[in-house]
Design a protein around this ligand. Structure first.
Ligand code: AMP
Ligand code: MG
Length: 324
Protein backbone atom coordinates (compact mmCIF):
# COMPACT_ATOMS: atom_id res chain seq x y z
CA UNK A 1 0.00 0.00 0.00
CA UNK A 2 1.21 3.49 -0.71
CA UNK A 3 0.08 6.89 0.53
CA UNK A 4 0.54 9.30 -2.35
CA UNK A 5 -0.18 12.98 -2.83
CA UNK A 6 -3.27 13.26 -5.03
CA UNK A 7 -1.58 14.67 -8.13
CA UNK A 8 -3.31 14.21 -11.52
CA UNK A 9 -0.87 11.34 -12.26
CA UNK A 10 -1.69 9.64 -8.95
CA UNK A 11 -5.41 10.02 -9.65
CA UNK A 12 -4.97 8.36 -13.07
CA UNK A 13 -3.07 5.51 -11.46
CA UNK A 14 -5.74 5.17 -8.77
CA UNK A 15 -8.42 5.00 -11.48
CA UNK A 16 -6.57 2.13 -13.18
CA UNK A 17 -6.30 0.27 -9.87
CA UNK A 18 -10.05 0.69 -9.30
CA UNK A 19 -10.84 -0.53 -12.81
CA UNK A 20 -8.71 -3.60 -12.04
CA UNK A 21 -10.85 -4.36 -8.99
CA UNK A 22 -8.44 -3.00 -6.35
CA UNK A 23 -9.35 -0.83 -3.36
CA UNK A 24 -8.31 2.83 -3.26
CA UNK A 25 -8.92 5.18 -0.33
CA UNK A 26 -9.71 8.78 -1.19
CA UNK A 27 -10.80 11.96 0.60
CA UNK A 28 -14.37 13.22 0.49
CA UNK A 29 -15.72 16.31 2.24
CA UNK A 30 -16.83 14.11 5.15
CA UNK A 31 -14.21 11.41 5.83
CA UNK A 32 -11.80 9.25 3.79
CA UNK A 33 -13.70 6.63 1.82
CA UNK A 34 -12.59 3.09 0.98
CA UNK A 35 -13.42 2.96 -2.72
CA UNK A 36 -14.17 0.03 -5.00
CA UNK A 37 -15.79 -0.33 -8.42
CA UNK A 38 -19.48 -0.63 -7.47
CA UNK A 39 -20.15 -2.76 -10.56
CA UNK A 40 -17.57 -5.39 -9.55
CA UNK A 41 -18.90 -7.83 -6.96
CA UNK A 42 -15.49 -9.10 -5.90
CA UNK A 43 -14.16 -5.57 -5.47
CA UNK A 44 -17.19 -4.74 -3.29
CA UNK A 45 -16.65 -7.95 -1.29
CA UNK A 46 -13.04 -6.87 -0.74
CA UNK A 47 -14.37 -3.73 1.03
CA UNK A 48 -16.19 -5.88 3.59
CA UNK A 49 -13.11 -8.06 3.96
CA UNK A 50 -10.78 -5.07 4.46
CA UNK A 51 -13.10 -3.46 7.01
CA UNK A 52 -13.60 -6.76 8.83
CA UNK A 53 -17.33 -6.14 9.00
CA UNK A 54 -19.20 -8.99 10.70
CA UNK A 55 -22.31 -8.35 8.58
CA UNK A 56 -23.25 -7.04 5.15
CA UNK A 57 -24.98 -3.68 5.04
CA UNK A 58 -25.70 -1.75 1.87
CA UNK A 59 -22.93 0.68 0.91
CA UNK A 60 -23.17 4.21 -0.38
CA UNK A 61 -22.32 4.47 -4.07
CA UNK A 62 -20.55 7.64 -5.14
CA UNK A 63 -21.31 9.11 -8.56
CA UNK A 64 -19.61 11.76 -10.69
CA UNK A 65 -22.84 13.61 -11.49
CA UNK A 66 -26.61 13.35 -11.66
CA UNK A 67 -26.65 11.80 -15.14
CA UNK A 68 -24.84 8.78 -13.70
CA UNK A 69 -27.46 8.62 -10.95
CA UNK A 70 -30.19 8.48 -13.62
CA UNK A 71 -28.42 5.55 -15.28
CA UNK A 72 -28.25 3.58 -12.04
CA UNK A 73 -31.60 4.33 -10.41
CA UNK A 74 -35.07 5.82 -10.82
CA UNK A 75 -35.31 9.40 -9.55
CA UNK A 76 -38.83 10.56 -8.72
CA UNK A 77 -39.32 14.35 -9.19
CA UNK A 78 -38.67 15.15 -5.53
CA UNK A 79 -35.49 13.04 -5.54
CA UNK A 80 -34.31 14.96 -8.59
CA UNK A 81 -34.95 18.24 -6.75
CA UNK A 82 -33.13 17.03 -3.63
CA UNK A 83 -30.09 16.10 -5.71
CA UNK A 84 -30.13 19.35 -7.66
CA UNK A 85 -30.29 21.32 -4.42
CA UNK A 86 -27.66 19.46 -2.41
CA UNK A 87 -25.28 17.83 -4.87
CA UNK A 88 -22.38 17.89 -4.80
CA UNK A 89 -22.49 17.55 -1.04
CA UNK A 90 -22.94 15.32 1.99
CA UNK A 91 -26.43 14.18 1.06
CA UNK A 92 -27.18 10.55 0.18
CA UNK A 93 -30.45 9.47 -1.44
CA UNK A 94 -31.78 5.93 -1.39
CA UNK A 95 -33.49 5.10 -4.69
CA UNK A 96 -34.89 2.11 -6.59
CA UNK A 97 -32.17 0.44 -8.67
CA UNK A 98 -32.64 0.11 -12.40
CA UNK A 99 -32.58 -3.57 -13.39
CA UNK A 100 -29.84 -2.79 -15.91
CA UNK A 101 -27.77 -0.64 -13.54
CA UNK A 102 -24.83 -3.04 -13.69
CA UNK A 103 -24.33 -2.50 -9.94
CA UNK A 104 -23.22 -5.49 -7.88
CA UNK A 105 -25.94 -7.11 -5.78
CA UNK A 106 -23.66 -7.00 -2.76
CA UNK A 107 -23.39 -3.20 -2.88
CA UNK A 108 -27.13 -3.10 -2.07
CA UNK A 109 -26.87 -6.12 0.26
CA UNK A 110 -29.48 -7.80 -1.93
CA UNK A 111 -32.05 -4.98 -1.69
CA UNK A 112 -33.67 -3.49 -4.79
CA UNK A 113 -32.56 -0.01 -3.73
CA UNK A 114 -29.24 1.80 -3.87
CA UNK A 115 -27.85 4.73 -1.85
CA UNK A 116 -26.28 7.39 -4.10
CA UNK A 117 -24.19 10.41 -3.32
CA UNK A 118 -22.15 12.94 -5.30
CA UNK A 119 -19.27 14.07 -3.08
CA UNK A 120 -18.14 17.69 -2.91
CA UNK A 121 -14.42 17.16 -2.99
CA UNK A 122 -12.23 17.89 -6.01
CA UNK A 123 -10.12 14.73 -5.57
CA UNK A 124 -13.14 12.46 -5.12
CA UNK A 125 -14.79 13.97 -8.18
CA UNK A 126 -11.67 13.75 -10.37
CA UNK A 127 -11.27 10.13 -9.33
CA UNK A 128 -14.91 9.32 -10.17
CA UNK A 129 -14.51 10.89 -13.60
CA UNK A 130 -11.17 9.15 -14.24
CA UNK A 131 -12.46 5.75 -13.08
CA UNK A 132 -15.53 6.19 -15.29
CA UNK A 133 -17.68 4.11 -13.01
CA UNK A 134 -19.61 4.46 -9.75
CA UNK A 135 -17.57 3.81 -6.62
CA UNK A 136 -18.81 2.14 -3.45
CA UNK A 137 -17.07 3.90 -0.58
CA UNK A 138 -17.82 3.46 3.11
CA UNK A 139 -15.49 5.08 5.62
CA UNK A 140 -11.94 3.79 5.23
CA UNK A 141 -11.51 2.27 8.67
CA UNK A 142 -11.78 -1.17 10.19
CA UNK A 143 -15.19 -2.00 11.57
CA UNK A 144 -15.69 -0.42 14.98
CA UNK A 145 -12.76 1.99 14.61
CA UNK A 146 -13.21 5.73 14.20
CA UNK A 147 -13.71 7.22 10.76
CA UNK A 148 -10.48 8.52 9.22
CA UNK A 149 -10.08 12.22 8.50
CA UNK A 150 -6.45 11.97 7.37
CA UNK A 151 -4.65 9.73 4.86
CA UNK A 152 -2.29 8.42 7.52
CA UNK A 153 -5.25 7.21 9.63
CA UNK A 154 -6.26 5.01 6.71
CA UNK A 155 -2.76 3.64 6.28
CA UNK A 156 -2.47 2.90 10.00
CA UNK A 157 -5.84 1.18 10.14
CA UNK A 158 -6.06 -0.74 6.84
CA UNK A 159 -2.43 -1.28 5.86
CA UNK A 160 -2.02 -3.63 2.91
CA UNK A 161 -5.76 -4.21 2.53
CA UNK A 162 -5.84 -1.08 0.36
CA UNK A 163 -3.79 -0.70 -2.83
CA UNK A 164 -3.39 3.06 -2.59
CA UNK A 165 -4.37 5.98 -0.37
CA UNK A 166 -4.80 9.28 -2.18
CA UNK A 167 -3.65 11.96 0.24
CA UNK A 168 -5.72 15.12 0.01
CA UNK A 169 -4.98 16.46 3.48
CA UNK A 170 -7.45 16.56 6.36
CA UNK A 171 -11.13 16.25 5.45
CA UNK A 172 -13.47 19.12 6.28
CA UNK A 173 -16.59 17.80 8.01
CA UNK A 174 -15.65 14.55 9.70
CA UNK A 175 -19.41 13.95 9.99
CA UNK A 176 -21.20 11.45 7.75
CA UNK A 177 -23.62 12.32 4.99
CA UNK A 178 -27.32 12.74 5.72
CA UNK A 179 -29.32 9.84 4.22
CA UNK A 180 -32.84 10.30 2.84
CA UNK A 181 -34.97 7.53 1.40
CA UNK A 182 -36.26 9.27 -1.73
CA UNK A 183 -37.52 6.17 -3.55
CA UNK A 184 -41.15 7.06 -2.85
CA UNK A 185 -43.25 10.10 -1.88
CA UNK A 186 -42.71 9.33 1.78
CA UNK A 187 -39.29 10.81 2.45
CA UNK A 188 -37.74 9.10 5.42
CA UNK A 189 -34.61 10.46 7.03
CA UNK A 190 -32.59 7.27 7.49
CA UNK A 191 -29.57 8.91 9.06
CA UNK A 192 -28.93 12.43 10.29
CA UNK A 193 -25.63 13.85 9.18
CA UNK A 194 -23.82 16.91 7.87
CA UNK A 195 -26.92 18.49 6.33
CA UNK A 196 -29.66 19.11 8.92
CA UNK A 197 -33.10 17.68 8.13
CA UNK A 198 -34.61 21.15 8.71
CA UNK A 199 -32.44 22.60 5.95
CA UNK A 200 -33.71 20.01 3.48
CA UNK A 201 -37.32 20.60 4.52
CA UNK A 202 -37.17 24.38 4.23
CA UNK A 203 -35.13 24.41 1.01
CA UNK A 204 -37.48 22.05 -0.81
CA UNK A 205 -40.75 22.53 1.04
CA UNK A 206 -41.03 18.83 1.79
CA UNK A 207 -41.66 16.99 5.05
CA UNK A 208 -39.17 14.39 6.17
CA UNK A 209 -40.41 11.44 8.15
CA UNK A 210 -38.17 10.75 11.11
CA UNK A 211 -38.34 7.21 12.41
CA UNK A 212 -39.59 7.30 16.02
CA UNK A 213 -36.94 6.53 18.59
CA UNK A 214 -38.37 3.11 19.36
CA UNK A 215 -38.00 2.05 15.73
CA UNK A 216 -34.43 3.16 15.61
CA UNK A 217 -31.83 0.48 15.51
CA UNK A 218 -28.82 0.62 17.78
CA UNK A 219 -26.38 3.26 16.66
CA UNK A 220 -23.63 0.68 16.68
CA UNK A 221 -25.27 -1.14 13.79
CA UNK A 222 -26.21 1.45 11.15
CA UNK A 223 -26.62 -1.31 8.56
CA UNK A 224 -29.73 -2.45 10.41
CA UNK A 225 -31.49 0.66 9.09
CA UNK A 226 -32.30 -1.12 5.87
CA UNK A 227 -34.83 -3.89 5.92
CA UNK A 228 -32.94 -6.99 4.95
CA UNK A 229 -33.25 -9.04 1.85
CA UNK A 230 -34.73 -12.42 2.67
CA UNK A 231 -35.69 -15.23 0.30
CA UNK A 232 -39.26 -16.56 0.24
CA UNK A 233 -38.10 -20.17 0.55
CA UNK A 234 -37.25 -21.73 3.89
CA UNK A 235 -33.49 -21.78 4.46
CA UNK A 236 -31.74 -24.72 6.18
CA UNK A 237 -28.15 -24.21 7.31
CA UNK A 238 -25.16 -26.52 7.65
CA UNK A 239 -26.73 -29.28 5.60
CA UNK A 240 -24.29 -31.93 4.46
CA UNK A 241 -26.66 -34.73 3.49
CA UNK A 242 -30.34 -35.61 3.33
CA UNK A 243 -31.36 -33.03 0.76
CA UNK A 244 -35.12 -33.06 0.34
CA UNK A 245 -36.59 -33.93 -3.08
CA UNK A 246 -36.59 -30.78 -5.21
CA UNK A 247 -34.70 -28.83 -2.56
CA UNK A 248 -32.40 -26.13 -3.91
CA UNK A 249 -28.79 -26.28 -2.72
CA UNK A 250 -26.39 -23.44 -2.00
CA UNK A 251 -22.92 -24.93 -1.71
CA UNK A 252 -19.48 -23.65 -0.78
CA UNK A 253 -16.14 -25.19 -1.64
CA UNK A 254 -15.15 -28.39 -3.43
CA UNK A 255 -18.03 -30.27 -1.90
CA UNK A 256 -16.97 -33.83 -2.70
CA UNK A 257 -19.67 -35.34 -0.52
CA UNK A 258 -22.30 -33.90 -2.83
CA UNK A 259 -21.33 -36.32 -5.57
CA UNK A 260 -22.74 -39.12 -3.50
CA UNK A 261 -25.95 -37.34 -2.55
CA UNK A 262 -28.97 -36.75 -4.62
CA UNK A 263 -29.54 -33.12 -5.36
CA UNK A 264 -32.69 -32.85 -7.45
CA UNK A 265 -33.29 -29.12 -7.15
CA UNK A 266 -31.26 -26.20 -8.49
CA UNK A 267 -27.61 -26.28 -7.38
CA UNK A 268 -25.35 -23.22 -7.07
CA UNK A 269 -21.82 -23.23 -5.67
CA UNK A 270 -20.81 -19.85 -4.17
CA UNK A 271 -17.16 -20.65 -4.72
CA UNK A 272 -15.82 -24.01 -5.77
CA UNK A 273 -12.30 -22.98 -4.74
CA UNK A 274 -13.56 -22.00 -1.29
CA UNK A 275 -12.74 -18.32 -1.80
CA UNK A 276 -14.82 -16.29 0.66
CA UNK A 277 -14.50 -13.06 -1.36
CA UNK A 278 -15.89 -14.80 -4.44
CA UNK A 279 -18.61 -16.35 -2.27
CA UNK A 280 -19.62 -12.98 -0.82
CA UNK A 281 -19.75 -11.45 -4.31
CA UNK A 282 -22.11 -14.23 -5.46
CA UNK A 283 -24.27 -14.55 -2.34
CA UNK A 284 -27.29 -12.36 -3.08
CA UNK A 285 -27.58 -13.22 -6.76
CA UNK A 286 -27.39 -16.91 -5.85
CA UNK A 287 -30.10 -16.64 -3.20
CA UNK A 288 -32.38 -14.82 -5.63
CA UNK A 289 -31.85 -17.41 -8.32
CA UNK A 290 -32.45 -20.38 -6.00
CA UNK A 291 -35.55 -18.67 -4.61
CA UNK A 292 -36.85 -18.06 -8.14
CA UNK A 293 -36.44 -21.76 -8.95
CA UNK A 294 -39.65 -22.24 -6.98
CA UNK A 295 -38.10 -24.62 -4.44
CA UNK A 296 -39.84 -24.52 -1.08
CA UNK A 297 -36.55 -24.78 0.74
CA UNK A 298 -32.88 -23.98 0.21
CA UNK A 299 -30.23 -26.14 1.88
CA UNK A 300 -26.93 -24.41 2.60
CA UNK A 301 -23.74 -26.40 3.10
CA UNK A 302 -21.34 -25.31 5.88
CA UNK A 303 -19.37 -22.08 5.39
CA UNK A 304 -16.32 -21.43 7.58
CA UNK A 305 -16.79 -18.73 10.19
CA UNK A 306 -13.58 -16.87 9.34
CA UNK A 307 -12.94 -13.63 7.46
CA UNK A 308 -15.93 -12.81 5.25
CA UNK A 309 -17.49 -16.12 6.30
CA UNK A 310 -18.77 -14.37 9.42
CA UNK A 311 -20.75 -11.83 7.39
CA UNK A 312 -21.98 -14.51 4.97
CA UNK A 313 -23.16 -16.70 7.84
CA UNK A 314 -24.75 -13.70 9.58
CA UNK A 315 -26.89 -13.05 6.51
CA UNK A 316 -27.75 -16.72 6.03
CA UNK A 317 -28.79 -17.03 9.69
CA UNK A 318 -31.13 -14.06 9.23
CA UNK A 319 -32.55 -15.68 6.12
CA UNK A 320 -33.07 -18.92 8.05
CA UNK A 321 -34.71 -17.26 11.05
CA UNK A 322 -38.49 -17.64 11.40
CA UNK A 323 -40.35 -14.67 9.86
CA UNK A 324 -42.63 -12.45 11.85
P1 AMP B 1 -21.53 4.02 5.36
O1 AMP B 1 -21.02 2.77 6.02
O2 AMP B 1 -21.15 5.27 6.06
O3 AMP B 1 -21.27 4.04 3.89
O4 AMP B 1 -23.07 3.98 5.60
C1 AMP B 1 -23.94 3.36 4.78
C2 AMP B 1 -25.27 3.68 5.35
O5 AMP B 1 -26.17 3.84 4.29
C3 AMP B 1 -25.80 2.59 6.23
O6 AMP B 1 -26.32 3.15 7.40
C4 AMP B 1 -26.89 1.96 5.41
O7 AMP B 1 -27.92 1.45 6.21
C5 AMP B 1 -27.33 3.09 4.53
N1 AMP B 1 -27.80 2.60 3.24
C6 AMP B 1 -27.04 2.32 2.18
N2 AMP B 1 -27.77 1.80 1.18
C7 AMP B 1 -29.04 1.73 1.63
C8 AMP B 1 -30.26 1.27 1.08
N3 AMP B 1 -30.32 0.75 -0.15
N4 AMP B 1 -31.36 1.35 1.84
C9 AMP B 1 -31.29 1.86 3.09
N5 AMP B 1 -30.17 2.31 3.67
C10 AMP B 1 -29.05 2.25 2.96
MG1 MG C 1 -18.02 4.13 9.15
Amino acid sequence: MSVVAATPEAISEAALLLQAGELVAFPTETVYGLGADATNGKAVAAIFDAKGRPHFNPLIVHVADITVAHRLAYLPDAAQRICEAFWPGPLTVVLKRRPDSGLSELVSAGLDTVALRMPDHPIARSLLVAAGRPLAAPSANRSGHVSPTRAQHVADDLGDKVAMVLDGGPTAHGIESTIINAASERHVMLRSGSIPGRTIETTLGIKLVRPVQADRPQVTAPGQLASHYAPRARVRLNVTHDFAPGEAVLAFGPFEALRHRTVTGMFINLSERADLIEAAANLFAALRKLDASGASSIAVTPIPEQGLGEAINDRLHRAAAPRA
